[in-house]
Design a protein around this ligand. Structure first.
Ligand code: QV4
Ligand code: CA
Length: 492
């Protein structure tokens, strides 16, 4: 399950957090397909609890009520239409599946109208009843919630923030979850982000994944398995290790964003990135999905904090350029919406804010500006030139290694990817003014950070590589984008 199921030549996904299905379908056709993205991680597509206090927080979608495909993002028909249209332009859909638990306490109805009662453990929309949940015989924490992350039994059999914990050791529960995932596969999704994987036993996940169908041959070659990445937060300090899950499928690498933030905030000189990868205490590149921030840690959830986000745009763009230029891991670009942060004593009181919405609380569509960026409250990092052009860079240099490493002994670095691409990043407090070996063929290249190559001309800076492979780079330390990236796809 560790092989990304991208169409050929595409190597990066973006998380279109809380987007509507109709917007995603349009985005696949107008932008993600043409600009070389592999796919989209979507918000959970199944029916969830409607939370009104606070009013429709983003996190209500992590409280399943049933596996019906009706959410604020859209109806089942809209979902099917999105999957079909995206696949037709070679953009894959990866569903976020919340299978560890159902809702927290309380009762009411879900986004698809199904009833739920977290008190009596009744979810008729599936159906699940009290027999299908872990209880006192499995969880020994006293109040039923997880408190001690050093006790693997507690982390897996007790409730994560009171969310009713499914008894995945039961065949019936495994079958219902596998039926849900197979329904998505049959519709045409290419894989899954598995929410809260750390809170499920590896053996139970193996059993569920073992029931999964191959991908739909309408869009994929026969015999292809879904791509699966498991959300396992392993920062090294707890009993449960990512290594328990990597033999099954990939895991999300949370160490990555913390270490990268440290570098691009200037606390750890960039020169040390020379051996970036497993040498930094991270898993094998083929076992991980990597990202600068995610929907939790960008707002202080999930033990988050400390990572770079779009709010720190300068460092964020530098960090993302490095991530996309470097071969380590399968890359995911976060795509956010804006919200009014209100930090009191280190905590954002507004970190629950849901997506931009209309008066009836339906999700507002994103608008597109002339420079391709988004409006209506959508941040759309995936549409920032400094980011989408590096997605194309990654596609072009795929399969090559890091060569021609250079650093100034401190916070300025450069390296090539084989003889196909070259990047210089100046995170230092002085300008870079250097003649560097790029490893590239002679020619005039278009810097894809400062501009685009349009109608045979470069709208940004040109870089002249001589017959000896060397070129001169001048990067002001005061630039908003102190990065230059060139590749053989943008040779004038
Ligand atoms: C609260 C208290 C509980 C109390 C309960 C009683 O915290 O102690 O028992 O009330 O009513 C929401 C609220 C949370 C509330 C809970 C239950 O924020 O305060 O509990 O609902 O009503 C997201 C949010 C959570 C949210 C949850 C469900 O982050 O705040 O909880 O959705 O709506 C660990 C895990 C990791 C997890 C991470 C956040 O190892 O797996 O925490 N990350 C994933 C998702 C994340 C999601 C979940 C898991 C749960 O990425 O977005 O949590 O599906 O690190
Ligand atoms: Ca569990």
């Amino acid at each position: 399950f560790s092989n990304p199921t991208c169409a050929p030549g595409r190597y990066t996904i973006t998380h279109l957090f809380e987007w509507k299905w109709t917007d995603i379908a349009d985005e696949c056709e107008k932008f993600l397909g043409p600009y070389g993205y592999c796919g989209v991680q979507i918000s959970p597509p199944n029916e969830n609890r409607v939370v009104t206090s606070p009013n429709r927080p983003w996190w209500e979608r992590y409280q399943p009520v049933s596996y019906k495909l009706v959410t604020r993002s859209g109806t089942e028909a809209e979902f099917r239409n999105m999957v079909d249209r995206c696949n037709k332009v070679n953009v894959r859909i990866y569903a976020d599946v919340v299978i560890n638990h159902m809702t927290g306490g309380g009762s009411g109805s879900g986004t698809g109208g199904s009833h739920y009662d977290g008190g009596s453990l009744s979810y008729p929309g599936v159906p699940f009843s009290s027999w299908d949940f872990n209880a006192g015989s499995e969880c020994h924490s006293g109040d039923g919630d997880i408190h001690n992350y050093n006790d693997p039994n507690e982390v897996r059999n007790c409730r994560l923030v009171s969310l009713r914990d499914l008894k995945m050791s039961k065949d019936y529960v495994r079958d219902k979850v596998a039926d849900y995932m197979n329904n998505l596969i049959n519709i045409g999704v290419a894989g899954f982000r598995v929410d809260a994987a750390k809170h499920m036993w590896p053996g139970d996940l193996r059993a569920v994944f073992g029931k999964l169908h191959n991908l739909n041959t309408k869009y994929f070659n026969s015999g292809q398995k879904p791509f699966i990445f498991q959300e396992v937060i392993d920062m090294g300090g707890e009993a449960i290790k990512a290594a328990e899950y990597t033999p099954i499928a990939r895991v999300t690498n949370f160490i990555y964003g913390i270490k990268i933030a440290d570098v691009f905030r200037g606390n750890n000189p960039a020169k040390y990135l020379k051996n970036w990868g497993s040498a930094w205490g991270m898993p094998s590149p083929f076992d991980v999905v990597v990202f600068i921030d995610n929907h939790d840690n960008q707002r202080g959830h999930g033990g988050g904090g400390g990572v770079l986000t779009h709010f720190e745009h300068r460092a964020y763009k530098m960090a993302t350029a490095f991530m996309l230029a470097h071969p380590y891991g399968f890359t995911r670009v976060m795509s956010s919406y804006d919200w009014p942060r209100n930090i009191v004593n280190g905590e954002d009181k507004n970190n629950w804010y849901g997506p931009p919405h209309n008066g009836d609380m339906s999700i507002k569509g994103r608008s597109i500006k002339a420079d391709l960026s988004c409006g209506n409250g959508w941040t759309c990092e995936h549409r920032w030139r400094q980011i989408y052009n590096m997605v194309a860079f990654r596609n072009l240099v795929f399969g090559t290694t890091v060569n021609n490493w250079w650093d100034n002994g401190n916070k300025a670095i450069a390296f090539s990817r084989g003889n196909r691409g070259f990047i210089v990043i100046n995170d230092d407090t002085a300008d870079v003014n250097a003649n560097l070996q790029t490893g590239l063929p002679q020619g005039t290249y278009c810097d894809v950070i400062s501009g685009n190559y349009e109608n045979g001309a470069c709208t940004g800076n040109e870089v002249h590589v001589g017959g000896d492979g060397r070129a001169h780079f001048h990067i002001s330390h005061q630039s908003e984008d102190p990065v230059v990236a060139i590749h053989i796809g943008k040779l004038l």
